[in-house]
Design a protein around this ligand. Structure first.
Ligand SMILES: [Zn+2]
Length: 316
């Protein structure tokens, strides 16, 4: 009798799969993640089970793929924890310490569930109106949306500030990439139209074709101010497309001529009739986008559409 029981126990142990130490063997490299475009349909598909959801979070580097016990320094095991949090915990099989799957991630100190937060990220990226987001996610407190939007903005600011975004250079076919540069004056909103005070100059650069851009508030718009920003953010080989403003007179001689310079004469034509590629329509479009996004926040889109970029308002 005793031997039978023992054999059952042994069989049970042998048949039980070892609790996984990693969520996925397919965590995406950073470079792939930057090129990834995700649509809600793909996200919803992952949400159908707790396991597929946490695997997706790990593969997209939104949570840790594995965890180590702080006491025993051993790899922790994935353990089911139904009806609480994310559905699973990490557990040390030696000392039984449990750790949340959210530890060390963007979600660590958040209260909303991870599925809702990922959807809020998505809505924020696509500037979905807060009233609609409340409806879609069944959130009754408008402040929750505002708080998360601020959280996302701060995280993106950190990311941008951690790396020097570079534009232009030479493309895969060996052709120089065009970057349009321009400055625009943004007014603070509380002042009336036509009263030019308390504003800021913003220097903008946008890569033609990809729309990759860099915007920076500048104290002045002279060569001494603009050139270091161009050197920091434009790769050698770039064709710099600008207007005839004095701040750009030396662009072709920066660092012994690492850039080419093409000048657009705004007063005459936005598109040079002889050289159709000499224009700054990408940067004009960027100013309009910035302008509209500022005004959408203020629910003043109609007014925005009737104004030119010279009348931009800065809300910070
Ligand atoms: Zn332990």
């Amino acid at each position: 009798m005793t031997s039978t029981v023992t054999s059952v126990v042994v069989d049970k142990m042998a048949g039980r799969p070892r609790a996984p130490r990693l969520l996925s063997n397919n965590v995406l490299p950073h470079a792939n993640l930057q090129l990834l475009s995700v649509i809600p349909k793909d996200i919803y598909q992952q949400m159908t089970s707790d396991m597929s959801w946490i695997t997706w979070l790990a593969e997209n580097r939104l949570i840790r793929n594995g965890n180590q016990c702080a006491v025993c320094l051993q790899a922790m095991a994935l353990t089911r924890r139904q009806n609480r949090g994310i559905g699973y915990d990490w557990m040390c099989q030696t000392c039984s310490t449990r750790t949340s799957l959210k530890t060390g991630s963007f979600f660590a100190k958040t209260r909303l569930d991870t599925k809702t937060i990922v959807m809020l990220m998505y809505y924020w990226v696509y500037a979905v109106k807060s009233t609609n987001v409340m409806l879609f996610e069944n959130i009754t407190d408008w402040h929750i949306i505002v708080d998360y939007n601020n959280f996302f903005r701060v995280e993106c600011e950190k990311w941008i500030n951690q790396r020097q975004l570079q534009l232009g250079g030479i493309d895969l076919n060996g052709q120089p990439v065009v970057v349009e540069v321009d400055e625009s004056y943004f007014f603070h909103r509380k002042y009336h139209l036509g009263r030019r005070r308390n504003g800021s100059w913003v220097f903008g650069m946008v890569e033609r074709g990809t729309g990759k851009c860099w915007l920076e508030i500048v104290p002045r718009r002279n060569a001494a101010t603009l050139e270091p920003i161009m050197i920091a953010h434009l790769l050698p080989g770039t064709v710099v497309m600008s207007d005839a403003w004095g701040g750009y007179v030396n662009v072709a001689t920066i660092n012994n001529g690492v850039y080419m310079h093409e000048v657009v004469v705004h007063a005459q034509n936005f598109v040079d009739p002889l050289r159709q590629d000499i224009h700054t329509q990408s940067i004009e479009g960027l100013w309009m986008q910035v302008y509209i996004s500022i005004f959408i926040q203020k629910r003043l889109l109609n007014k925005a559409m009737n104004c030119r970029h010279e009348n931009l308002y800065l809300t910070i």
